[in-house]
Design a protein around this ligand. Structure first.
Ligand code: 5MM
Length: 341
């Protein structure tokens, strides 16, 4: 492992004013997204949609540091035969790859999941590196319920995240470590704080045990936020203050950057929360976005599967990328959204 090079890539992934496009929807997830805009999910429609994003010149050059791809996408070519990976590289962004193989039921823990994909991971990483991937992503999913999460779910998922991260670094690939505490429940923000803190503490404990170099990784956490079904939704200021307080207690300063997931927040909430956190200032790590839905919902709607809408789709993507770039500098304002509408 060359740690200096891993650190250089990690820092480039969280370069000031830039963030990561999570375009790594598995076939099932992209089908759901396409169903919502009445587009049939085929190999070609998935390629056309992602090509539209990766050819969004301004967004890709100015606001996007890296793109997380799904296995199918990393091997696909654009309509003119250029590999999609090359389009990303040509824009100055770094190609990355989702290497987890989804979740499965965790035996003995009803309702809980463990992420799979460690088998043959070393060989897969080698092939992805040769294709151009310089970072990877693995997502663990933790649900909050009356008696959830169990210590078992927290432990096995943290262990798998650390196994994945160590294998990535051995393959000269920067791991994005994503332990996602879902915002789907009816819990309040303080319960989210408590669970996220336990999950991150366990994750960093496992990362240390498995000798992962913190300087050569990126953390992708959820924000500390009220459950979607809770009647009392915490304010932007409370989300920002509690998320930063929790991260400062759990995440060592050696980690170069934290790139949040959006988790089902509205586009504007995702930008407002990130901006408020960066507004607090004096943080030991770069704080940016690694959004899927909060970057893509608008371009998907504008595109709706029609070739004549490609420019509108790119405009919508560029707008969201710019809003989140501003948020990563603490400079997003609600009226900038209205001006663009
Ligand atoms: C883009 O969605 C990613 C893939 O999800 P599946 O593996 O379930 O198909 C997802 O991992 C994503 O990278 C993160 O969860 C962040 O996405 P959001 O939409 O929460 O910002």
């Amino acid at each position: 492992m060359n740690l200096a090079d891993l650190n250089k890539i990690a820092l480039a992934m969280v370069a000031p004013g830039k963030g990561i496009l999570a375009a790594d929807e598995s076939s099932g997830t992209i089908k759901k997204r396409f169903d919502a805009i009445n587009v049939e999910s085929t190999e070609q429609s998935r390629r056309d949609y992602r090509e539209m994003l990766f050819r969004s010149g301004e967004a890709m050059r100015q606001y996007i540091s890296g793109v997380i791809l799904y296995d199918e996408t990393i091997w696909q070519d654009a309509a003119d035969g250029t590999p999609l990976v090359r389009l990303i590289e040509q824009s100055g962004a770094i190609p990355g790859i989702k290497v987890d193989e989804g979740t499965q039921a965790l035996p003995g823990c009803p309702g809980e999941l463990v992420t799979s994909g460690l088998d043959r991971l070393a060989e897969r990483l080698k092939k992805y590196y040769e294709r151009g991937a310089r970072f990877a992503k693995w997502r663990a999913v933790i649900d909050i319920g009356e008696h959830l999460p169990s210590m078992t779910a927290i432990h096995v998922n943290a262990h798998a995240l650390a196994r994945y991260a160590a294998l990535c670094q051995a393959a000269q690939i920067v791991p994005i470590v994503e332990p996602e505490v879902l915002m789907d429940g009816s819990h309040d923000i303080d319960r989210c704080y408590d669970v996220t803190q336990r999950v991150l503490n366990k994750t960093f404990q496992e990362l240390r045990v498995q000798r992962v170099a913190l300087e050569g990784m990126i953390l992708k956490p959820n924000m500390v936020i009220s459950g979607k079904k809770n009647a009392k939704q915490a304010s932007v200021e409370e989300v920002a203050e509690k998320t930063i307080r929790m991260l400062k207690a759990c995440v060592p300063a050696a980690v170069p950057g934290i790139a949040f997931l959006s988790g089902g927040q509205s586009d504007e909430d995702a930008s407002a929360h990130l901006s408020a956190m960066n507004g607090i200032g004096n943080l030991p790590w770069q704080l940016t976005f690694s959004y899927g839905r909060a970057l893509q919902a608008a371009p998907q709607k504008a595109w709706s599967g029609k070739a004549e809408n490609v420019v509108a789709g790119q405009r919508a993507f560029t707008h969201r990328a710019r809003m989140n770039s501003l948020a990563s500098r603490g400079e997003w304002k609600a009226d900038l959204e209205k001006k663009a509408a």
